[in-house]
Design a protein around this ligand. Sequence first.
Ligand SMILES: NC(=O)c1ccc[n+]([C@@H]2O[C@H](COP(=O)([O-])OP(=O)(O)OC[C@H]3O[C@@H](n4cnc5c(N)ncnc54)[C@H](OP(=O)(O)O)[C@@H]3O)[C@@H](O)[C@H]2O)c1
Length: 332
Amino acid sequence: MVSSKEIRASNALINDATAPRVSVFVGGTSGIGKLTIRALVATGASVRIYIVGRKSSEERTRAFIQELHALNPRAEVIWTEGEIALLADVKRVCEAIKAKEPRVDLLFLTAGYAPFGPRVETAEGIEIAQSLEYYSRILFVLHLLPLLGQAEAPRVVSVLGGGLERASSVDVDDVDLKKPGNFSGVKAQIQYTAMNSTALEQLASDNPNVTFVHSWPGWVNTGNVDRSSNPNSWTAWIIRNLLGPIVRLFAMRDDTSAQRNLFQSTSAAFGGRGVPWTGKPGVNTLEKQENGLFLVNFRCNCTPNAKVMSVLREKAREKVWTHTLGVLGPYM
Ligand SMILES: NC(=O)c1ccc[n+]([C@@H]2O[C@H](COP(=O)([O-])OP(=O)(O)OC[C@H]3O[C@@H](n4cnc5c(N)ncnc54)[C@H](OP(=O)(O)O)[C@@H]3O)[C@@H](O)[C@H]2O)c1
């Protein structure tokens, strides 16, 4: 485990020279994204941050942005409205960012929830949580890769379940879990987690200049468990009354999560570039210390999950990637 002392020492080194000067937070309107933005702004560095979120969150996010500007007047935080579950809107938002910015240093992706409840699709025919946790995230990466390529230490962080993949976790014959009776919240969350890792590993091997992190944040009391269900269903009742209190009891403190996510977004522990790190270097999914995909848990340990990843690489990666490019093609 990387100790809290080491995390704070590393984050204390974030300044104008080492900070991600331009970052895009998709999901920064709540939860872990919001906590991480506050921690980044509190470093005092001169940073520009795009917070991408849906219209219904605009008012409270604008209040949050005012708080951030008071915390650090050198931080420029820009509200960017986008219905991020819709791929057409992801494309529109990315085009707008590309028109304004020559480079992006950090893309931080947290939108989503475990879809405990009935399957609900977006207007584009994708299960909502799959769009938020997978397709929309990968589309943001693909669109912003040219800008990430202009940064000195570019990084993509996808917060979901890095390290928790299982060997049989991708149903390659039903990647979108559309077959009758093949959808459940648990199955979906396991599948979307493994799809994140396989696709991010593909992107990491195609773009060795960019550091990719798929993290598992542990338990953070953000209300995420209450998000998805039909509030009147049994599943919702169980989650609200059983899982909710357990998460609240065992969750890490908000600031601990914020500092750990900031560390994962900036430290050279992952791939060698970023805030200097003299501790044990992290290893990627190929069990090497060089750039690649880092599966990182809430202790900030790299957990390459090597046996499972090699099975996924062999049996799922190509199918998932081909399918993904087929779904995203119209929005590229
Ligand atoms: N918190 C945990 O303990 C935990 C543990 C393991 C994994 N995770 C996963 O890690 C990720 C981040 O978790 P978190 O706790 O930060 O989540 P969160 O606080 O619930 O926030 C997730 C983000 O998703 C957005 N979102 C949710 N539903 C949406 C929809 N239908 N359309 C557009 N945006 C939507 C939210 O936007 P609004 O602000 O507009 O609602 C928010 O910005 C999630 O994928 C979560 O499943 C969390």
